[in-house]
Write a protein that binds this ligand. Structure first.
Ligand code: BTN
Length: 227
């Protein structure tokens, strides 16, 4: 898909810029809003995303798609694997390398559009629990990464093929997990046994199987791609 990259040196958040551009009619599906740095980067669960110069901060304008959250994580994994970085996904879309987070995905909706926000640590890791691309390869060009990830995102097939690929790189499956933040309910604890066709996590608890559609997933032991 032919993208226009809307480049901004500094912004609060590329998500906010994307909402503004949509309101002005200034973007189309496939476009990318890219910033050198963000002063109020947004993470999942209302957290902030530390966004110093040197990282990738991009929002890809997409059409609504129920599997977009999983596909966005898959696109980042494909991009990293294409340069030899053995990335996997912690459900639903935390991108991990050697048990450290290298990228995160935040999806917001705006009318008929979905805004896929991607933060990828390129040159530095802002937290001890994080890693960055520079640890593995010297490839700091933000535009190239953004375009590659967007192209891969639009290339991921729909339906069961996407889910099958997702399962193959999902580090969560087979692990003891705790899923927190499901409304006011207590965490769901058990073994993550599958991801269903809608991208929901199936957790085998002591009381039976639970289907979890959102929440923060904690792995209760370190995981690797062979399970
Ligand atoms: C997460 O919490 O894991 C998701 C982080 C998403 C960060 C990206 S950076 C580009 C886009 N703009 C934002 O403000 N957030 C997303």
């Amino acid at each position: 898909m032919k993208s226009t990259i809307h480049h901004i040196e500094q912004t609060t958040s590329t998500q906010q810029e994307a909402h503004r551009l949509i309101a002005e009619g200034g973007v189309k599906t496939g476009d990318i809003v890219l910033a050198d740095e963000q002063t109020a980067g947004r993470g999942r669960f209302g957290r902030s995303w530390i966004s110093p110069n040197g990282g990738l901060y991009a929002t890809v304008i997409c059409s609504a798609d129920p599997l977009l959250s999983l596909k966005a994580g898959l696109a980042v994994v494909r991009a990293l694997r294409s340069v030899g970085i053995e990335a996997g996904l912690k459900w639903p879309n935390d991108v991990m390398v050697e048990n450290l987070k290298i990228a995160g995905v935040l999806i917001e909706t705006d009318g008929n559009h979905s805004l896929v926000g991607i933060g990828l640590n390129l040159t530095s890791a802002p937290l001890q629990t994080a890693t960055c691309v520079a640890v593995y390869v010297n490839k700091p060009d933000r535009n190239e990464w953004a375009q590659a990830i967007a192209d891969l995102l639009f290339d991921i097939p729909s339906g069961s093929a996407a889910i099958d690929e997702y399962r193959s790189v999902c580090l969560t499956l087979g692990n003891p997990v705790s899923i927190d933040g499901i409304g006011n309910n207590p965490p769901v604890g058990g073994i993550a046994v599958d991801v269903d066709d809608c991208g929901r996590l199936i957790v085998q608890t002591r009381e039976g199987k639970r289907i979890v559609s959102s929440g923060e997933c904690l792995h209760l032991r370190e995981s690797n791609l062979s399970g």
